[in-house]
Design a protein around this ligand. Structure first.
Ligand SMILES: [Zn+2]
Ligand SMILES: [Zn+2]
Length: 348
C-alpha cells in the first residue's frame, strides 16, 4: 500500500507529530487526491484530545480538505485527473438506506464512514483525515469545486460552511428574514455571510466587544452583547431564526425569548454538559428548538455553487503544518480570525 506523510497524535495528551500512514490504491470508483489545504476545525481539537470520549489513536485529524485529483479508478465518471475537489466530514456511507437516499448521508443508518477517527464501511480499516498529503475516497464523496472558488478560503466550507448553510436553507432563510447568529467564530462568521447573501437582516450576538466592526464587515446590520440586559429587553421575539454556534455552557431559555412566535432556534455548538430547557420557553410562542450537524452531499454541492455565485469564502489564516499545535492553543484562546487552514505543501 502506498505510504503518505501525515501529522498524527498518538494519545489524548500528546501533541501532533509527523507520521506515515497507508492509503489504499484507488478502486474502480475511487479517486486519489493530492491534498493542498486542510482547515482546522474545533472538532479536530476535541477529538484529538478525546474530549468526546470515543477517540481512536493514532489519529490524523482534518475534514476540511481541498486538493487536486491525482488518479481516477477505471469506472469513475464524474471526475478527471487535475480536477479541484473538496472532501468534508464523510468518506463513505451505504448509499442505499433512507438517510443516504434523502441527502442525509452523515446519518446513514448503517453508520457513515467519517473522514477520521472512524472506520471505512468494512468497520475494520481506520480512516485518517486531511492533515496528510494524499487521500483516497469514492468519487461520490469528492465534490468538484466551481472554478471561481479560491482554495484556502474554500477548505472550511466543507465543514463549517455546510454546517451553517444547511440550517439556513432548512428553515427558509430568505430576503427580509430576521436572523441572529450567536457567536462569531469559524461557524458564526460563515453563518453571517450566508444569511446576508440570502437577503436576511442579520444580527450578531457576541461576548467580544472587539468583534463589532468585523461583524458589520461580514454583513451583520447589528451587533449585540451576548449577555447584555438591553439585548434581551429590546429584542424579545425579534428573530425568525437564531443559529446558536456557542459551545461554552449557556442558557438556551434566555435566547429562546428572542425567537418570534413560531420561529426556530438551531443548536450548532455542542456545550460539554446538558443544559435544561423549560417547556414554557417552547410552548409559549409555538417555538422550535432544533439541532443541526452538517448537510448531505447534494446540499454541500449546492452550498459550493452558492459561494461561487456570491463570492463567499471563509476568512482564513494559512499556516504550515509545523505550527499546528500552537494553532490549536490559539483557537482555544479565541485568537484566530476566523479559521486556520494548513498549507499541505509545508509537509514533505
Ligand atoms: Zn468540522
Ligand atoms: Zn446509508
Amino acid at each position: 500500500m502506498p505510504k503518505t506523510s501525515a501529522y498524527a497524535t498518538f494519545s489524548a495528551d500528546t501533541p501532533l507529530v509527523p507520521h506515515s500512514i497507508e492509503r489504499r490504491a484507488p478502486g474502480a470508483k475511487d479517486v486519489a487526491i493530492d491534498i493542498l489545504y486542510c482547515g482546522v476545525c474545533h472538532s479536530d481539537i476535541h477529538q484529538s484530545r478525546n474530549e468526546w470520549g470515543h477517540s481512536v489513536f493514532p489519529m490524523v485529524p482534518g475534514h476540511e480538505i481541498v486538493g487536486r485529483v491525482r488518479e481516477v479508478g477505471s469506472s469513475v465518471e464524474t471526475l478527471e485527473v487535475g480536477d479541484r475537489v473538496g472532501v468534508g466530514n464523510l468518506v463513505d456511507s451505504c448509499r442505499t438506506c433512507e438517510a443516504c437516499l434523502g441527502d442525509f448521508e452523515p446519518f446513514c443508518m448503517k453508520g457513515a464512514a467519517f473522514t477520521y477517527n472512524s472506520s471505512e464501511m468494512d468497520r475494520k480499516t481506520p480512516t485518517f483525515g486531511g492533515y496528510s498529503k494524499r487521500i483516497v475516497v469514492p468519487e461520490h464523496f469528492a465534490l468538484k469545486l466551481p472554478k471561481e472558488l479560491d482554495l484556502p478560503g474554500t477548505a472550511p466550507l466543507l465543514c463549517a460552511g455546510v454546517a451553517t448553510y444547511a440550517p439556513l436553507r432548512r428553515y427558509n432563510c430568505t430576503s427580509g428574514s430576521r436572523v441572529a447568529v450567536i457567536g462569531l467564530g469559524g461557524l458564526g462568521h460563515l453563518a453571517v455571510k450566508f444569511a446576508a447573501a440570502m437577503g436576511a437582516e442579520v444580527a450578531v450576538l457576541t461576548s467580544s466587544p472587539s468583534k463589532v466592526e468585523s461583524a458589520k464587515a461580514l454583513g451583520a446590520r447589528r451587533c449585540l452583547p451576548m449577555a447584555g440586559e438591553a439585548t434581551f429587553a429590546e429584542n424579545l421575539g425579534a428573530f425568525d431564526l437564531i443559529l446558536d454556534t456557542v459551545s461554552a455552557p449557556h442558557d438556551y431559555n434566555a435566547y429562546l425569548s428572542l425567537v418570534r412566535p413560531g420561529g426556530t432556534m438551531v443548536v450548532l455548538g455542542v456545550p460539554p454538559e446538558p443544559s435544561p430547557v423549560a417547556a414554557f420557553s417552547l410552548v409559549f410562542g409555538n417555538k422550535q428548538l432544533a439541532g443541526s450537524l452538517v448537510g448531505g452531499l447534494a446540499l454541500t454541492r449546492e452550498m459550493l455553487h452558492f459561494c461561487a455565485r456570491h463570492g463567499i469564502a471563509a476568512e482564513v489564516e494559512v499556516i504550515p503544518i509545523q505550527e499546528i499545535n500552537e494553532a490549536y492553543e490559539r483557537v482555544l484562546d479565541g485568537q484566530v480570525n476566523y479559521r486556520y487552514v494548513i498549507d499541505m505543501n509545508s509537509l514533505e
